[in-house]
Ligand binder design. Structure first.
Ligand code: C2E
Ligand code: MG
Ligand code: MG
Ligand code: MG
Length: 292
């Protein structure tokens, strides 16, 4: 009986795997078409300096505008792209599109700010990454200091020798490099110290609910002080409430990003966001009508 049951479970398991594999193939097929049809687009989420209130950068976030299913978030298709190798042409497109957009903002006369680009681990490990970054900067004319590459701990701590080589070369070009989702992976502090990094981004799982979660509050505070001891700028991700913003600010966090300030926006809306925030930062608030 046990054997029979086991066999049944096995059959169920392989059927399940087959179904998942077919689904992945289908997404892969659709994703290829999506690239040809220009259905991929980047949205940009503002990053705000907690002291001055100014927008210091934006993070580019990939979206798939599917003709029937609407806007698909990256979590739904990046894993398939990673497994199929499609992540390589997609990442190249992302880097090019983000740098081209940043250059366009500059030409429109917006004040300077950085553009963040998420690099997949597979892309970070490729030997042609440096050449790609160099050629995209050259073809778009974007100043290297305006580009901020986001890399997860996992990618950095895999092959640390080649990671150090790549980071050193990127920094020599003038490009910024940030550690994304910090605290969710396994970073060696010795390597963090030795790597030429610009920023640490505290993962949003530690920011979420920190007003009610004492351990999250303690972790966020510790990461902020660790970053500063390492001479790094610290960015908090997923800031949704005024309380979270105030707490992070009191702990000395430099930059915040999250729905409290803005959801990811289409490129054209960044100019309006900037105009609003710089007006808020420069002009005293209007007095209510009753006082006038
Ligand atoms: P990430 O790089 O850590 O990006 C932050 C994610 O948090 C984004 O989700 C953003 O929309 C979301 N977020 C921002 N503020 C808040 C907030 O206040 N509350 C909550 N609940 N969420 C917030 P998104 O756009 O769905 O991206 C998810 C992940 O997909 C990214 O995490 C990144 O790892 C990956 N990804 C996005 N774009 C790209 C890309 O161009 N290339 C690669 N390789 N990965 C990308
Ligand atoms: Mg990121
Ligand atoms: Mg992140
Ligand atoms: Mg994340």
């Amino acid at each position: 009986y046990a054997k029979q049951k086991g066999g049944g479970q096995f059959r169920f398991f392989t059927q399940q795997m087959q179904r998942l594999a077919l689904e992945a193939l289908h997404v892969e097929y659709e994703l290829r078409l999506a690239m040809q049809r220009g259905e991929l687009e980047l949205h940009y989420q503002p990053q705000v300096d907690l002291r001055s209130g100014e927008m210091t950068g934006v993070e580019s976030l990939l979206r798939w505008r599917h003709p029937e299913k609407g806007m698909i978030p990256p979590a739904k298709f990046i894993p398939v792209a990673e497994d199929s190798g499609l992540i390589i042409p997609i990442s190249e497109w992302v880097l090019e599109a983000a740098c081209r957009q940043a250059k366009q903002w500059q030409e429109q006369g917006l004040p300077p700010f950085t553009v963040g680009v998420n690099l997949s681990a597979r892309q970070f490990e490729r030997s042609d990454l440096l050449g790609l970054v160099e050629s995209v900067l050259a073809s778009t004319g974007l100043a290297p200091e305006r580009l901020d590459l986001e890399i997860t701990e996992g990618a950095l701590m895999g092959d640390v020798e080649s990671a150090r080589y790549t980071l050193t070369a990127l920094r020599a070009m003038g490009v910024k490099v940030s550690v994304d989702d910090f605290g969710t992976g396994y970073s060696s502090l010795a390597y963090l110290k030795a790597f030429p990094l610009s920023k640490l981004k505290i993962d949003q799982s530690f920011v979420r609910n920190l007003e009610n979660d004492a351990s999250n509050a303690a972790i966020a505070k510790a990461v902020i002080s660790l970053s500063h001891s390492l001479g790094l700028t610290v960015v908090a991700e997923g800031v949704e409430t005024l309380q979270q913003k105030e707490y992070l600010s009191a702990c000395g966090c430099n930059i915040a990003q999250g729905y409290f300030y803005s959801r990811p926006l289409e490129a054209h809306a960044i100019g309006e966001f900037l105009a609003d925030t710089s007006r808020l930062a420069l002009e005293p608030p209007e007095r209510p009508a009753s006082v006038r």
